[in-house]
Design a protein around this ligand. Structure first.
Ligand SMILES: [Zn+2]
Length: 369
């Protein structure tokens, strides 16, 4: 099928089966009373689990947080924390579904975490385990996909039908929202842009390869470069070193970002380099995907124009066909570190509607076996 604008449209069959962009749009067209259902979003990070009740306008009504003990990141421990937080919130709010945003590879069915680098999850059936214990509809989503969805629904991606989001934290998270749905790829692994090779034979990446983009444009890149200067006993790095408590180990991504915002020239220079690499990578993504907007989020993006400015310059310098094509804007994300939680909750809301028409599930405190 071809639309009047010449773009191809998906076939009808997936819509009838309840999957694909059209089915997602149809679900979005449900009555306003259902759109307002509060749901719970969960953000699982490397050191903490945050749960929040989110209303139909993307507003966080209440948030709870539990730190995860450093050495106990087993699936069972995280599951117990999630169940506990959800039940606490469900006592106070009439919630209808739970969405989990997990830093890891989530399969295309959004039920299994295939691999999570910071947690001991390998092919973990998280969705089934949690929905059995909670008796709520549960979806599991990659955290970058969840954040992108939130920005598209409520933030800096609003009104743009083809958006790419990049989340700069310790690495680079990526996601594509197109025609009102998250483009997850065939196996659920689309958007792993951070592991595109940009420097052959470059810095080693924990993924096993060398020269991955996120080795040059991330919080980890900031930290590595600052520590290199310290090892070389460079005098220019002294103010930054003092901020870090006098040790290289005290250097963190947020610390460098904060120092740059306070005017430290070395920190500003380090962010300039990270921003330049960001722009080069974005130009590559524009060549491959040609979206209408790039939204930049994550902790490193707190640096604002110190990061986005150099990225825009490098993007304009390296974009293929520059001067003869529209240039997609690169903008700062709007929702800050709540994006993952809000997006997971909103994606869960779509499932809540579907389940609600069949049978309204009530929360029951289930004692795990
Ligand atoms: Zn890599």
């Amino acid at each position: 099928m071809t639309s009047p604008t010449g773009t191809s449209r998906p076939a009808v069959l997936p819509t009838l089966l309840g999957i694909g962009p059209r089915a997602e749009r149809r679900r979005r067209a449900l009555p306003a009373s259902i759109l307002r259902l509060p749901t719970i979003g969960i953000d699982i990070g490397g050191t903490k689990v945050v749960a929040g009740v989110v209303d139909g306008e993307g507003k966080v009504l209440e948030k709870l947080r539990t730190d995860t003990p450093h050495k106990s990141k087993s699936p069972q421990v995280i599951e117990d924390i999630i169940v506990d937080l959800v039940l606490q919130l469900a006592d106070r709010y009439d919630v209808h579904a739970v969405g989990i945003g997990a830093a890891g590879w989530v399969d295309a069915d959004r039920s299994r975490v295939l691999f999570a680098p910071h947690l001991n999850w390998r092919n973990e059936p998280l969705q089934e385990a949690l929905s059995t214990r909670l008796r709520f509809p549960v979806i599991v989503e990659n955290d970058a996909n969840a954040a992108a969805w939130a920005e598209w629904r409520f933030g800096a991606g609003r009104g743009e039908d083809h958006m790419v989001m990049l989340t700069l934290g310790t690495g680079i998270g990526g996601a594509v929202v197109r025609d009102g749905y998250v483009d997850r790829g065939k196996y659920g692994l689309a958007g792993e842009f951070g592991h595109m090779q940009v420097v052959p034979g470059g810095h080693r990446c924990p993924c096993g390869n060398r020269g991955c983009w996120e080795q040059y444009s991330s919080g980890n890149a900031l930290v590595r470069d600052a520590r290199e200067l310290i090892e070389e006993e460079s005098p220019v790095v002294q103010p930054l070193l003092a901020l870090a408590g006098g040790t290289a180990e005290g250097i963190t991504g947020p610390l460098v970002t904060e120092a740059a915002r306070a005017g430290d020239p070395v920190a500003t220079e380090l962010l300039y380099e990270v921003g330049t690499w960001l722009g080069v990578g974005i130009a590559n993504l524009a060549a491959a995907l040609d979206p209408g907007r790039f939204v930049i989020g994550g902790g490193v993006s707190e640096a604002g124009d110190l990061l986005i400015g150099p990225a825009q310059e490098a993007f304009k310098r390296t974009l293929t066909g520059r001067g003869f094509r529209p240039e997609a804007p690169i903008v700062h994300a709007a929702l800050g570190n709540e994006a993952g939680l809000v997006g997971a909750a909103d994606l869960a809301r779509q499932v809540a509607r579907r389940f609600r028409t069949i049978k309204r599930h009530r929360v029951e405190r289930v004692v795990p076996a």
